[in-house]
Design a protein around this ligand. Structure first.
Ligand SMILES: Cc1cc2nc3c(=O)[nH]c(=O)nc-3n(C[C@H](O)[C@H](O)[C@H](O)COP(=O)(O)OP(=O)(O)OC[C@H]3O[C@@H](n4cnc5c(N)ncnc54)[C@H](O)[C@@H]3O)c2cc1C
Length: 579
């Protein structure tokens, strides 16, 4: 069974030394009353305890038992009920919720760190509170006052949970062709009919009610994605006192048997004239749902990082103990710990350098969202928007690679179930697929986030990073300058291409930008070390890892630059029979 200890030191280093968010919280009038460094430390330490003690040790059992469907009811692994109770009793389910409706009002930068821990402990479990938090964000932004007052307090308290119902069997990435319908009823509500598939947490008995946010089409809907509306469909319709009463006509058809995240109930949900309430404007549902999806996409990044952190911790302790081969040739009969082998070091350091940059990056993106929300700062909002597909795609691609690499450190023992490494690989794999596949994320990044504004937000960011490098030079980060120059000129070249060529290049381009941005993250770590009071060994480890990143990982960008500078027309020369 794989172990887990929350990386609190690194989390605090990122929050308070790299991004100095304690200072920001103190200056921000809406946050200064709610949070300061000591409160954040206490919250994180308490979250770490729940993750380390109530979830992480049992995630193998959850994997084996999984979610089970019997007679229309879904039951979950036994310890999920107690862990969920601890979370809701402690207010964790409403951690970043609006205090006006009973949330704790904590900044995203803090809740994102808690998300990472939950995902390290058990990705499948993390989805139950995670989707609820996302649904609350969408309701807070788009629902009317009465709906917010009725639903948000119960969802923040963990009494009720939430889902996101988009996918249909024939409509996944292309939601415009969905068939679920919503007919207006006499009382101002709507009757929804149709079938949604792959709905995470669609049915379970962890909470006394489930609030489905469902995309469907009104009778007069324009064709395509501009004709989709958003509806709130409760499993139990609340009575006059706001308590769950009449059962709504939504039922679970089946649950999926999957590669991983077995503790998460992935359901076919059937809506048979189910009563629903319109959220936001008619036909504007996709935009409302994107509020939730963008939130969830950040959580995907936490899934990648969370799994990679746990994978690293276990590979490291195994590498220190596993005796195979000789490093020094001194004693032919004595095998030495495999961490001495150059290739094992390479594997561990590849994971470590990416994970720590990933944590700095996640904290940054979350803090940009906080500044967009609390300060109404358009630049922060634009940058968070630009970086969201990187958080989703690069962090999950790297998370999967990290788990596979950590599994490799275990040799054959990584392939068998005993050590829990194969479960990490299986569990994290989905993060590259759901919430919009990573291919769709790359297209979104290239076409909507970069090309649509002629690269303005990205190029301004790159120019600001360059100015920072000049104002506060750090010797070890010198290679970053070259890649920033290259990325600027390559971006200009890609902007001159047609959209077909841009689409062909999207995935490699997102990866290239991510490597450069992670270089900036290591630069920020090095800057922070100049004035922080961490132990000598912590500082040395950071400095060596930064150098490892600049010398052994960032140069991978050269290969991507070469690929991206080649003509992509060859891809369209393939007739179907050539494949
Ligand atoms: C375990 C699990 C949980 C899930 N949870 C939920 C949930 O809670 N709610 C929900 O609504 N859905 C959920 N989903 C659905 C998930 O979001 C979709 O599976 C995903 O968005 C991809 O859709 P698809 O499976 O139909 O693949 P498709 O859309 O058929 O895509 C197949 C391939 O084609 C590529 N592709 C498709 N269109 C394009 C394009 N325009 N440009 C480039 N490439 C393209 C894709 O990248 C992919 O590689 C879940 C799925 C799983 C497996």
């Amino acid at each position: 069974m794989s172990q887990y200890q929350a990386p609190l030191n690194d989390i605090l280093f990122n929050l308070f030394d790299v991004w100095q968010l304690d200072k920001y919280w103190q200056q921000q009038s809406q946050l200064s009353e709610l949070i300061e460094a000591d409160t954040a430390k206490a919250i994180l330490a308490e979250a770490a305890k729940i993750c380390e003690q109530q979830l992480a040790p049992f995630c193998g059992e959850a994997d084996q038992r999984g979610a089970q469907l019997q007679d229309g009811n879904v039951t979950l692994p036994e310890h999920y009920y107690t862990a969920y109770q601890s979370l809701s009793e402690g207010g964790w389910t409403g951690l970043s919720g609006d205090p006006q409706y009973g949330g704790m009002g904590m900044p995203k930068a803090l809740s994102m760190m808690v998300d990472e821990m939950l995902c390290s402990a058990d990705i499948a479990f993390s989805l139950y509170p995670g989707l609820t938090a996302g649904a609350c964000v969408a309701l807070l932004q788009h629902a009317d006052e009465a709906t917010k007052a009725l639903y948000l307090p119960k969802m923040y308290s963990g009494e009720w949970s939430g889902t996101m119902c988009l996918t249909e069997s024939h409509a996944g990435s292309d939601l415009g062709i969905m068939r679920t319908t919503a007919k207006p009823a006499d009382d101002g509500s709507y009757l929804l009919s149709g079938s949604k598939i792959f709905i995470t947490a669609g049915e379970h008995d962890l909470t006394s009610n489930i609030i489905h946010l469902v995309l469907a089409k009104l009778p007069d809907a324009p064709a395509g994605s501009r004709g989709i509306s958003l509806f709130l469909v409760p499993k139990y319709l609340p009575d006059a006192a706001g308590e769950p009463a009449e059962r709504n006509a939504v039922s679970v058809g089946s649950i999926e048997h999957k590669m991983g995240i077995n503790g998460s109930a992935t359901c076919v949900l059937n809506f048979d004239n189910a009563k629903g309430y319109l959220i936001g404007e008619p036909h504007r549902g996709l935009a409302c749902m994107f509020t939730m999806m963008n939130y969830e996409r950040l959580s995907m990044g936490s899934q990648g990082l969370g799994a990679a952190e746990r994978a690293y911790q276990n590979a490291l302790s195994y590498a220190k103990e596993r005796l195979q081969g000789r490093i020094s040739e001194k004693d032919a009969n004595k095998a030495e710990p495999i961490i001495g082998h150059a290739d094992v070091r390479r594997m561990l350091l590849n994971i470590k350098a990416i994970n720590e940059a990933g944590r700095t990056f996640a904290t940054w993106v979350a803090s940009l969202l906080d500044k967009a929300k609390y300060d109404n700062c358009p630049l922060s909002a634009q940058r968070a928007n630009l970086l969201t597909p990187i958080t989703k795609a690069f962090m999950t691609d790297q998370g999967f690679d990290a788990c596979v690499t950590a599994q490799q450190v275990f040799g054959g023992h990584g392939y068998v179930k005993e050590w829990g490494m194969e479960q990490l690989v299986r569990d994290v794999r989905i993060a590259q697929i759901y919430e919009g596949t990573n291919g769709i994320q790359a297209a979104d990044f290239m076409l909507r986030k970069v090309a649509a504004d002629q690269g303005s937000v990205l190029l301004t960011l790159l120019a600001d990073i360059k100015a920072e490098l000049v104002a506060t030079p750090i010797q070890a980060a010198t290679p970053l300058q070259h890649y920033l120059d290259q990325l600027q000129s390559l971006t200009a070249e890609l902007l001159a291409q047609d959209s077909r060529s841009q689409s062909s290049n999207a995935c490699d381009y997102l990866t290239l930008v991510s490597y450069v941005i992670y270089g900036y993250m290591w630069y920020k770590n090095l800057v922070a070390l100049q004035s922080s009071s961490y132990s000598e060994s912590f500082a040395e480890a950071k400095q060596h890892t930064a150098t490892y990143y600049f010398e052994r990982i960032l140069p991978k960008a050269e290969g991507l630059l070469a690929v991206l500078r080649c003509n992509s027309a060859i891809m369209d020369k393939f007739a179907l029979e050539h494949f």
